[in-house]
Ligand binder design. Sequence first.
Ligand SMILES: Cc1ncc(COP(=O)(O)O)c(C=O)c1O
Length: 376
Amino acid sequence: MSDQSVSNQAPQAGFPQPRPEVERLHAYSAPLEGRRQMLRLDFNENTIGPSPQVVEALRAIPADHIAIYPEYDGLQQAVIANLGLPLHPQQVGLFNGVDAAIHAIFHAYGDRGETLLTTSPTFGYYSPCAQMQGMAIEAIPYEGETFAFPLAAIREALLHPRSGQPPRLLLICNPNNPTGTRLAPERILELAAAAPQTLVVVDELYEAFTGDSVMSLADFNATPNLLVLRSLAKTAGLAGLRIGFAIGHAAVVDRISRVTGPYDINSFAVTAAFAALKDQAYVDDYVAQVIEARAWMAEQLRAAGVRHHVEGGNYLLIWPQGDPAAVDQALREAGILVRAMTGKPLIDGSLRVSIGTLEQMQRFWAAYQRIEALPA
Ligand SMILES: Cc1ncc(COP(=O)(O)O)c(C=O)c1O
């Protein structure tokens, strides 16, 4: 038998070649394995799981439903009812997680030679999506010690681009992952109104922890170039099932939906989404617990004199005194996962710590104090 050893090196001549953008791409990868028995403060997930009503609905799925393709009827309406806004179902796009929505946005709107305008550091999936389309990326750094939103620089790059061509896409993560930076929704609407040629995408995955959504102010007829991303992954605890939404003008939602497969969201995610959207009280209660735990954590860090940054979102940044990789490893040995921000512009040397319940953060803090030899 010939040597079957596996390599991801490009085969030499005679093999089909992928697009050059794909050949150059480093796929977005995340350390997903071996997390189940740990306290998971590394992916900003819900740390207590979804509503019991979600679990019940999933358990009640009859076996024959597994054999048929998923049905989506009524899901857009359920999203709208949950939002409590006067939207039309065609304004809500359904996706296999917000990641799939982001991918579809780039697929539909991002062309070779066009520009993605965004901030830095921000969520790691925007860049590979731009690169796979052959787009240029202009990533403007957050400002100062507080990682303030670079509003003047974004406005300049949007309205007076050096290339003379307006950016095709502006991606704003609000609040930003990982800095937590918040931008007032009014500013986002002003940017969208001032740049009608640019699709302004607001990634609101963590808006529940700040209440800074553009949704209640947005008029998608006046600013059809505004698109809002929402997910049930984090607050509602459905990360493993993959379901997210893109909300905007029906024409934009239609274009993005054209580049997805007809059954990309599976039946389990649909059933879970209906149940989760109905039990908003569960999500609200979890969010309130996280906000309380975030305030407690910030107070401990302040009192102990630990450099940290906390703003929006269910996460914060901590700069350990010791080697961040060693602290990360010691926490892992204590059964706690966090995310080292190694190599990220502006925040290299920090750890991003997701916020769970107060009890979970007390466990984290006890381990952190021990590892960093902080007075208890
Ligand atoms: C800012 C941001 N956007 C999108 C996503 C992806 O969300 P989903 O799980 O719905 O694909 C994440 C996940 O970490 C995120 O942090």
